[in-house]
Design a protein around this ligand. Sequence first.
Ligand code: HEC
Length: 164
Amino acid sequence: MTGLRNLFIVGGFALVASLGMPGMASAQDAAFGKGVWLTGAKCADCHGWMGDGVQEDPRAPKGDNLRETTLTAEQLSEVILCGRPGTGMPYFDPRAYTDARCYGMTRAQIGNQAPEAGAAQLTKRHADGLAAFILSEFAGKGAPTKALCASLLGPTVARCAQLP
Ligand code: HEC
């Protein structure tokens, strides 16, 4: 329930921000992206719920620490849709590598460097939302703490209790 309430509060903030402050429209994207992060795409398996690169699934590849990312919103969105060739970062655009949309390469051109398909099919809107969420909640925010974790996930999540 707390999770739902948090989403609601974040949504309320997004509305105020987008009405009151021009240029802050991405707060709304971030609230949408938070929902994607917390639900079906399984980003946390490899990146951890707090984006710190500590996997929730110990068998999953270790994802990058997104709290230290230096990518722009556009670059984040591209990595999410296209994955990263030659690494464990999967793609989430179901049409990635069917045409030139990803790094200008088709599956035939990219060969065995093609990343794997992710656990969900995401649209550009989902990816832009995730990018806004990563930039507003993770990037440059330092190591996750109990307080940050509780405000993101709600205080009852076991993972939060393990943090300093
Ligand atoms: C199967 C494991 C796995 C899953 C699932 C996964 N990632 Fe990744 N991700 C990785 C790995 C591994 C890298 C590092 C790639 C490299 O070596 O450059 C990475 C890199 C990234 C980067 C690049 C960061 C940077 O600064 O260069 C972003 C952004 C990212 N992932 C976001 C996501 C999001 C959002 C999701 C969910 C939609 C997701 N990932 C799901 C494994 C995963």
